[in-house]
Design a protein around this ligand. Structure first.
Ligand code: ADP
Ligand code: ZN
Length: 648
């Protein structure tokens, strides 16, 4: 994912320039064609007869059997009638003066012969075939179109790539588009820039060693690894880590994305792979980093029905060949990143290719704190910024999210003309990133506001009463982004979710609609995102995690990511699945209504308070409900604006 491409030269020898000579050529042709045509005059039949009978005509050129160009004798040109034309600045000596459209050729010729004999005239006439400007254009049109199409595709294919500057880019199709960082564009990233990821760093440390002193390993007969696969969600620092390896080892770093190989033309991908490895070997020891390798590395042959992936397969085959091909002495190491290792072709993972897989996960609490520390370094902070607290408030954030958050906080502080970034700016930035922009002027009628207040109070009340629902930290009815209100939770970071936990969470999600039903005896469209969420969850329980008794311990999840058009279960099972999903959701809806009914007095108080204050926090909830009996961790204290996941 790395940095942006910024190699647009100021003046690009655009291929549109090639149209200019073509145009000039065509214009030139048109001039040549009609010698003197600029000053000549069209004449009608009677005038032509007059000139003819005056014996002024020197010769007549019959062009394409359709019109005549009339040349006048030198001595006759002095006549007043002809001087009008010969004195014109556009007149060229020796060119014709008049043009005459004669109609039928046979008649015209007869007329000329007749006049010649009768008046004893001394002129000749010739027939001439000549192509006009329009004809030329039409003749050339196929070529022009062909050239235009060709240029268009060439531009598409080689556009934007490294080394694409200048007119030469047309010929770079088969060249790799890798971005090179070497001693000139020094890779300054080191492990210091990578926070957390201790395990991953340890694994790649070995690669750094290989690159630094390969003899240490080859001396004992060991083979240097050829590739490692960095697996993890986007933004977790895979590119950063690969760069840091290059930086630590002090070797050149070729970076490109898997999709850069793939073009619509056959053979381009494979030739780019070849070129890339050639370049890397010339600079060895070096590192090749291929981001999003799934673009080419997807398992082969599964979609052969569509037949459109041959090019990708060729590219992948070439990559495998190259990885097998370069010997142990070349010291080129390929690092590749993906967030879906399971869909990759197994051949990629074989020994001698990407045989090491390094997992780069979303950062945990401690790692988030470290990442914050890396990214606040260039910022000017006030003393009250509490990184520990911020790390707590950002579960599920990736390294890239945190980098973005820090930047956003700086922008917010600057917008408010502050001298330093304060804690509140970070909190606002979190709100903004998770929930979208606050919309203060979204028009909401008092009645709607009441419905929203009860809806959110419903979420809050139900989740408060359920042991396994995530602890609530903030409820708001300030509209934000697409949502009209929100309840924010601080989810526990858990890897395994049990049935009760899922059910409790679904019950809390249904709490919004349940409150509307209980209080107003009406339900609204406001619960759309809630319904979407529970439906997905229920479907996952039944079809993915095998948590439903009717359907049993089966999963219809296909980790290879190949969506097939055919459902992997029978019609009967499909029916059971639908029924079970509905049963689960309705069950939790009824349960939510029951809980709210039991606590209706508290629900009312909460809704009133929400209407009054618009935003309420955990403290207010404790005031109304008393302490939550199952809350053991009181990580989240009394400060305001806590955030985790939210529910509209
Ligand atoms: P990926 O390649 O995994 O999608 P990147 O390496 O491109 O992610 O990360 C994007 C940005 O996020 C980095 O440039 C860096 O600023 C920040 N970042 C991600 N992970 C970390 C980390 N562990 N430590 C410091 N910064 C990180
Ligand atoms: Zn809701």
């Amino acid at each position: 994912m790395g940095e942006k491409k910024n190699n647009t030269p100021k003046f690009k020898l655009n291929s549109y320039w090639i149209y200019i000579p073509i145009l000039l050529f065509l214009i030139g042709m048109s001039f040549l064609n009609n010698s003197g045509g600029l000053s000549s005059r069209k004449i009608a039949s009677n005038e032509f007869t007059e000139i003819l009978n005056d014996n002024d005509v020197d010769k007549i050129l019959i062009i394409n059997n359709s019109r005549a160009e009339i040349y006048i004798k030198e001595e006759a040109q002095k006549k007043e009638r002809h001087e009008k034309i010969t004195k014109s600045p556009f007149f060229r000596k020796g060119s014709y003066l008049y043009e005459y459209n004669f109609g039928d050729l046979q008649n015209f010729e007869n007329k000329l012969n007749e006049a010649k004999q009768k008046n004893n005239l001394s002129f000749d006439y010739f027939n001439d075939e000549r192509t006009s400007f329009a004809d030329t254009l039409i003749n050339f049109l196929p070529f022009i179109i062909l050239i235009a199409i060709w240029l268009f595709f060439m531009r598409r294919m080689s556009g934007g790539g490294a080394g694409g500057a200048g007119g030469g880019q047309i010929f770079n199709i088969g060249k790799s588009k890798a971005k090179l960082f070497d001693e000139n564009t020094k890779v300054k990233t080191t492990f210091k820039n990578v926070a957390g990821l201790e395990g991953a760093k340890e694994e790649v440390q070995e690669i750094v060693d290989f690159l630094k002193n390969p003899e240490k390993y080859t001396k004992l007969g060991g083979k240097i690894p050829k590739g490692a696969l960095l697996v993890g969600p986007p933004g977790t620092g895979k590119t950063l880590l690969a760069k840091a390896v290059a930086g630590e080892a002090g070797v050149p770093f070729f970076s490109l994305s898997g999709s850069d190989f793939v073009e619509m033309f056959v053979g381009v991908g494979a030739s780019r792979v070849r070129d890339l490895f050639k370049q890397a070997q010339q600079k060895s020891p070096s590192i090749i980093f291929i981001d999003e390798i799934d673009a080419i590395g997807r398992a082969r042959g599964k979609n052969s029905m569509t037949g459109g992936n041959d090019e990708r397969e060729n590219t992948l085959n070439q990559l495998l060949t190259e990885m097998d091909g370069f010997g142990t002495d070349t010291n080129v190491i390929v690092l590749a990143a993906t967030n879906r290792a399971e869909i990759l072709d197994k051949a990629l993972m074989r020994a001698g290719r990407f045989d090491r897989q390094i997992y780069v996960d979303l950062p945990d609490l401690h790692e988030r704190r470290e990442i914050f520390e890396v990214h606040i370094k260039p910022l000017k902070l006030s003393d009250n910024a509490n990184l520990e607290f911020l790390a707590q408030q950002t579960p599920g954030f990736s390294g890239a999210d945190i980098a973005n958050l820090c930047n956003e906080a700086a922008l917010i502080a600057a917008r408010n003309n502050k001298q330093a970034i304060e804690h509140q700016d970070f909190l606002d930035a979190v709100d903004r990133i998770v929930g979208g922009l606050e919309k203060k002027n979204k028009v909401i009628t008092p009645k709607e506001k009441k419905v929203i207040a009860y809806h959110e109070a419903g979420h809050a009340t139900v989740s408060w009463m359920l042991e396994h629902a995530a602890p609530l930290v903030k409820v708001t009815i300030v509209p934000r982004g697409q949502s009209l209100g929100a309840a924010w939770y601080l989810p526990e970071e858990r890897k395994i979710v049990q049935t009760e936990q899922m059910l409790d969470e679904m019950c809390a999600t249904m709490g919004g609609r349940a409150a509307e039903k209980l209080i107003f005896n009406k339900i609204s469209t406001g619960a759309l995102s809630d319904l979407e969420k529970v439906t997905k969850q229920a479907r996952a329980m039944v079809t993915v995690y095998g948590l439903n008794e009717e359907v049993g311990n089966v999963t219809y999840y296909d980790s290879s990511g190949n969506d097939s058009f055919v459902k992997p279960y029978s019609e009967e099972t499909a029916k059971t699945i639908d029924e079970e999903i509905s049963k689960i959701i309705e069950g939790q809806y009824a349960r939510a209504i029951e809980i709210l009914d039991e606590n209706k007095d508290k629900l009312d108080i909460l809704a009133d308070k929400l209407l009054e204050k618009e935003v309420i926090f955990k403290d207010d909830l404790i005031e109304i409900f008393g302490k939550r009996p199952f809350d053991k961790d009181n990580k989240v204290t009394t400060t305001n604006n806590e955030v985790g996941t939210k529910e509209d």
